[in-house]
Write a protein that binds this ligand. Sequence first.
Ligand code: GAL
Length: 427
Amino acid sequence: MLKKSWYSLMAVLMVAVIVLSACTTPVATTEAPPAVAKEVEVFSWWTGGGEAAGLDAMIKVFNAKYPDITFNNAAVAGGAGTNARAVLATRLQAGDPPDSWQGHAGQELIGTYVAGGQIEPLNTLYEEQGWLAVMPQTLIPLISDQGNIYSVPVNIHRANVLWYNPKVLTDNNVAVPTTMDEWFAAMETLKAAGVTPLALGEQWTKMHLMETVLLGSLGVDKYNGLWDGTTDWASAEVTKALEDFKMVLTYTNDDSTSLSWQDAAQLVVNGNAAFNVMGDWAEGYFRELGKAPNTDYGWAPVPGSVGVFQFLSDSFVLAKGAPDADGAKAWLTIAGSKEGQEAFNPVKGSICARTDCDKNLFGVYLQSAMADWASNTVVGSLTHGVVANDSWKSEIDTALGAFIADQKVDVFQSALVAACVASGPCK
Ligand code: GAL
């Protein structure tokens, strides 16, 4: 009897142990964090025409190095980021930043994102990766504020390029112009022969054309002075430069408003126009179209800017409050690496920001750009974020839109003076 109740007690105890351990086991397993898929959202405007191909080449390097992180390509179409940057601004305002986005070295970065407290410093990453030794010393101040470095430049682009169709020029006995006056004479000849002298696209490409004409007409010192307040926007030289711009516009196609930069550039390589002023991403596009350098297209500095390299640099940032900061750092590591830049730039039509890329990976145009970057006088681009912050640039853009409609140089110049007072260094 006693023995039987002892056995029952033991049975009850064993059941209790089993039940208890069954209860405790799940507690032990739930302590391990649930597996979270790693992802990085990277925002840009590289969706086509040579640009997507460059990005894809860099994503390939990323995927090989970080197979466990999903690359979420959040590119929004539209040259120069006209659409993308509006989407980005809305997302930043809503507190929904992508982990990393494409920005431009210079005032766009410092005067917009840093000033707005929207991005994180990357000093630690620079130290870990040894980037200070391989990035151009001239670029570091343009991506820094108060001792902090804020972005990873992937490239150097040139803005002041005059692309031309060699056959169209030879057929019309026109030499490649080097001065404004030569350019006007050449375009007059072409116009008289029934050829579209200068292919042009939508509004941002007009600002791009304008900044190169300002440079060509004013020269380096006066051009630089526009952005630091030492050139008077109301001066006669600026009036002359704007008159030059107005004149240049008279040689362009009528349907510019409906053309993307790719459409306009394509008119040149297809032989439907003689010239196009566009940054050297156009070269990435020409190559994607299967066109050959020096046969289907030639290049020269925009007239008046021989010996000057008007530059911009695409550079990626780390969002403050990035949903996946580790993923973003992995992406930035690739964007700043030799392998990433060597994969990206020969396709994109830019040269490496890094100084140690293998030159032999680049075609004849980009090799000439490397030589010019090393030897020319370097100035910054307006349209692509170097010399003015977003607020100033947007006021210039509004004034430009009105000028394109009314063609009034005096009204345009007054608006530019006011824009410099409102958002720039002018008092
Ligand atoms: C620029 C950018 C270039 C290229 C171009 C045309 O602002 O820096 O990389 O994308 O726009 O879309």
